[in-house]
Design a protein around this ligand. Sequence first.
Ligand SMILES: Nc1ncnc2c1ncn2[C@@H]1O[C@H](COP(=O)(O)OP(=O)(O)OP(=O)(O)O)[C@@H](O)[C@H]1O
Ligand SMILES: [Mg+2]
Length: 261
Amino acid sequence: MGKFGDALRRAEEERREGASPVARAGAPAALGPGELDSRVVAYLAKASPEMEQFRMLRTNIMAIDPANPPRVLAVTSSVKKEGKSLTTLNLGATFAEQRDIRVLVVDADLRRPSLAGLLGIEARFGLSHLLTRDLPLHKAVRETPIPHLHLMPAGEACTNPAELLGSRQMSDLIEVLRTEFDFVLFDTPPILCVHDMGILGARMDGVVYVIKLHVTDRLRVQHGLDILERGRARILGLVLTNVMRDARSSSVVSEYYHYHR
Ligand SMILES: Nc1ncnc2c1ncn2[C@@H]1O[C@H](COP(=O)(O)OP(=O)(O)OP(=O)(O)O)[C@@H](O)[C@H]1O
Ligand SMILES: [Mg+2]
């Protein structure tokens, strides 16, 4: 089980040392247009422990190769509802804290998009339009309430997301985004649902793999990681969500572990 097993063991030990049982996942807030979801902690609670965890995650990613840090990243997980979208947004927001930086988060979960909703943005055009029509890039990119953070929404629902994400147009778009932004983070579908993520992952500088602690079973995680490795994606690390850090508080945070095999 290697590094993955180590990461889970460490998280389990930390939990036993002082934390209370598994945290509840927050219920989705009812949002109106223009309202930012309160689970986007990096913006709303700058001094919170959750925010610190996302800053640490950013620092660890940058430290992988300080001279040439990964700039185009995908965030994925084995199955649904593990925290991919909130990790993408909060991590994107911490990248955007740096001075003179342009950051883009892309909603590449074409079947179950959520980033525009979490940011309180009503979106017309997005990724699927860029991949299927001749649309100028700026039409599919929106500013967000978070300074220096831009959003490319998913666009219209489509029936063939795997095909679109694995397409030549997608590769070309990734290269264009690389020149337009300092950091690009793709929120993606769960890898066990859309297998082409293996190919997509290899087109990125790296993949951050989210695991919902105590919820997602090991075999599924191992299977997802194997798909990425077979597709020659570079796995930058594992993010554990659903980690209770402090028994006195109800805060739910993410943990990051390096992954090398
Ligand atoms: N760090 C975390 N700790 C605990 N719960 C979390 C964490 N991050 C997200 N969640 C909860 O997990 C649920 C799913 O979050 P999110 O939408 O980010 O996941 P997802 O993997 O993108 O889901 P989907 O596959 O449906 O797109 C939400 O209820 C959210 O509040
Ligand atoms: Mg999501």
